[in-house]
Design a protein around this ligand. Structure first.
Ligand code: NAI
Length: 326
């Protein structure tokens, strides 16, 4: 089996090369992202392996099918970047890694919440400059406060477990509440009105796009903390920026950004950044923005590589496709 990997970094090679070698797969690592212009690199390959910021839209998929690609292997859980209808039409199967390490993402989310609450990022910079003044670094106790968790799937459940460890009250919202879960589900509006911390763990869909918008932000408590480690499109950046300017949030932790495709995972430190929203967001001292790294642990990378290669193996050897996206 020949697999063309897109948007690869040195750490992808470290984890994927041995896993592919074991199965005797031939793999090529491309640094460029998949899109309609780069699809041609997959000519003659059986599969493409893509990540969160590759684009498998209608035109790209049509091209991939023409070049002989039969399967798209997502080395991530989210699949909002793939036109599934077009893939089905083109006879291309789409497989993903539905779960690799929910705790990796949940633990990171808690890290962001703790950091923005207690201003650890600012304290780090101060003490490096021998500024030992703590004025402006005050946070709140999380114990006894209310956390609103939107999306109670694998990561959301890990998040609830961690937040309970901090003795927080939990309010949850999910389009499909999990009856087996011992948590209080509330309407979305109530969650927004009552939570001191709000954390997003639902996928990006038509329904969830801009779930954090002007109207919903208005419902939130003043001084609320928001964490988004799910997908950038869940937050209306303009509405967030307006609210930040009004001092609505005491802290915002973002691992994802609506327009991240062009910048995230790349070293742009020598480039002129033209995205004014990105510049604006990073200028707020109560915002921590990181580059989609919540998943990035050894355990997660090992699992992602193993499951992706297993998906490829199941496809080529005609086994059950357990991780097929329908
Ligand atoms: P999951 O599929 O286990 O859980 C998602 C939950 O969201 C489900 O309970 C589902 O019912 C719920 N949901 C669906 N539509 C909804 C809606 N309209 N409103 C409220 N809830 C809704 O997924 P998992 O593994 O927990 O991942 C959640 C998200 O985290 C992924 O979709 C992905 O976008 C993001 N993610 C981010 C990573 C990072 O590195 N920053 C890494 C892995 C995932």
């Amino acid at each position: 089996m020949k697999i063309c990997f897109y948007d690869t970094k040195p750490y992808d090679k470290i984890w994927f090369e041995p896993a592919a070698k074991e199965k005797g797969f031939e793999i090529t690592f491309q640094e460029v992202k998949l899109n309609r212009d780069t699809a041609v690199l997959a000519y003659g390959y059986d599969a493409v392996c893509i990540f969160v910021n590759d684009t498998a839209d209608k035109e790209t998929i049509e091209k991939l099918a023409r070049y002989g690609v039969k399967v798209i292997l997502l080395r991530c859980a989210g699949f909002n970047n793939v036109d599934l209808k077009q893939a089905e039409k083109a006879g291309i199967k789409v497989l993903r890694v539905p779960s690799y390490s929910p705790s990796a993402v949940a633990e990171y989310t808690m890290g962001l919440i703790l950091a923005v609450n207690r201003k650890i990022h600012r304290a780090y910079v101060r003490t490096r400059d021998f500024n030992f003044n703590i004025h402006g670094l005050m946070g709140i106790d999380l114990k006894g406060k209310t956390a609103g968790v939107i999306g109670t799937g694998k990561i959301g459940q890990e998040m609830i477990r961690i937040l309970r460890g901090f003795d927080m009250e939990i309010l949850a919202y999910d389009l499909y509440p999990n009856k087996e879960l011992d948590v209080q589900y509330v309407p979305l509006e109530d969650l927004f009105k009552k939570s001191d911390v709000i954390t997003l763990h639902c996928p990006l869909t038509k329904e969830t796009k801009h779930i954090i918008n002007k109207e919903h932000i208005k419902m939130m408590k003043d001084g609320v903390i928001l964490a988004n480690t799910s997908r950038g499109g869940l937050v209306d950046t303009e509405a967030l920026l307006d609210a930040l300017a009004d001092g609505k949030f005491s802290g915002v932790g973002l691992d994802v950004y609506e327009e991240e495709d062009e910048y995230f995972f790349e070293d742009c430190s020598n480039d002129l950044i033209t995205d004014s929203d990105l510049i604006h967001l990073t200028s707020y001292r109560n915002v921590i923005l990181t580059s989609h790294q919540a998943f990035f642990t050894e355990e997660a990378m090992r699992a992602i590589a193993e499951i992706t290669i297993e998906n490829a193996d199941s496809f080529i050897s005609g086994k059950n496709l357990n991780n097929l996206i329908k």
